[in-house]
Design a protein around this ligand. Structure first.
Ligand SMILES: C[S@@+](CC[C@H](N)C(=O)[O-])C[C@H]1O[C@@H](n2cnc3c(N)ncnc32)[C@H](O)[C@@H]1O
Length: 342
């Protein structure tokens, strides 16, 4: 793996492929959390700097982005500012640089240096690959396991209560492993085919594809009966692209189809801009015309199962009510998670 600091080749299942190659990578639970949080933080800062510098990058491959930044900096960065306190700069990015303000040459040099710092850290720490390994390990130790366990529990409940959800053509977005509960043979009568995609594939059955660039289905045949989007929207660093992801979930889902949607709990319980009302009532129900069927909150995770009412949705409502960030509550220590439709 080019991006890993270690020269050893590691698969997503944690297997070390070099030479004798089956030793599992062991990352402590505390460390997995650190790796995940730090990666999210860095890519969010990077996305914000891209916006400030007017870089509209379509690339989503981790390595391609890093290479793009390196060549961008080699063309543009004239003065490296060495005495920056990078952590302070990262924490205060939004306060210090507002999107509509003109950047001075010094501002630009500072942003280039921060971008350089971010890119080096991402590369040195193993990039998306390492993040994914930490996520898999985090699934087990930190979050109470594979989220598709909840999905299958709900599908069984719905079928028991007389609603028929069988033979579902399924799309799993942000797929880390092909042996999760959703993929179990015993559930084949419910989930008859699964298309698995991820920005970074670690298995031949996971297609390397960005959902944000996936061609929009033109026919009902091309759409899905079940879409799993677990812990993916919070990964997208730009809030407007999160909105675009939500629109796309709508466009990929058949009428009466299901959407399994999962977020880290603090996205709805501890955000200045998002709570259950905003997400469920406003964005999903009123805006995107989904109906909430099931909901569960664990200590760390918020799980939802929505059903698509029909293909109509209200772009005007979404744009006028959720076109940009709106503060719904503000207390120290809250996060800034939000989904916008600008
Ligand atoms: C935290 S992991 C979640 C994995 C798994 N779904 C789960 O619930 O544990 C997020 C995954 O989403 C993938 N991802 C993020 N944005 C994506 C996009 N636009 N298209 C496809 N995959 C994406 C990332 O590469 C990463 O592997």
């Amino acid at each position: 793996m080019a991006l890993l600091k270690s020269k050893k080749s590691i698969t997503i299942t944690g297997k070390n492929l070099n030479k004798l190659g089956t030793k599992a990578v062991n990352i402590k639970p505390k460390t997995t959390k650190k790796i995940i949080n730090r990666y999210h933080f860095l890519i969010k800062c990077r996305a914000y700097i891209f916006q400030l510098l007017g870089i509209d990058l379509i690339k989503t491959d981790d390595e391609e982005i890093n290479n793009y930044v390196k060549s961008y900096l080699s063309k543009n960065m004239k003065n490296v500012i060495l005495d920056l306190k990078f952590e302070d700069e990262l924490l205060n990015l939004r306060k210090k640089y507002q999107k509509n303000k003109k950047l001075s040459l010094h501002d630009k040099d500072t942003l280039y240096s921060i971008l350089d710092f971010i890119t080096k850290e991402i590369v040195d720490n193993g990039g998306l690959q390492k993040y994914q390994i930490a996520s898999i390990m985090g699934q087990n130790s930190d979050r109470g396991g594979d989220s598709s366990k909840k999905l299958m529990e709900w599908i069984l409940e719905l079928n028991d209560s007389g609603k028929v959800f069988r033979d579902m053509k399924t799309l799993e977005i942000g797929c880390l492993r092909v042996d999760n509960i959703l993929s179990k043979h015993k559930y084949k009568k419910f989930v008859n085919s699964i298309e698995r995609i991820d920005l970074n594939s670690n298995h031949p059955e996971i297609k390397k594809e960005d959902f944000l660039l996936k061609p929009i289905p033109e026919t009902n045949e091309q759409k899905f009966d079940l879409i799993s989007c677990s812990l993916v929207v919070n990964f997208v660093p730009d809030e407007n692209k999160r909105g675009e992801m939500m629109r796309r979930l709508k466009k990929f889902c058949r009428n009466q189809g299901l959407l399994f949607f999962v977020l880290p709990l603090p996205c709805v319980t501890n955000s200045r801009f998002t709570d259950d009302h905003v997400l469920v009532k406003n964005i999903m129900e009123r805006g995107l015309n989904f109906k909430l069927l099931k909901e569960h909150k664990s200590n760390k995770i918020a799980y939802y199962l929505f059903q698509n009412n029909n293909s109509v949705y209200d772009e005007i409502f979404l744009h006028s009510n959720h076109g940009s960030r709106k503060n719904i509550r503000g207390k120290p220590g809250m996060n800034n998670f939000c989904i916008t439709f600008g």
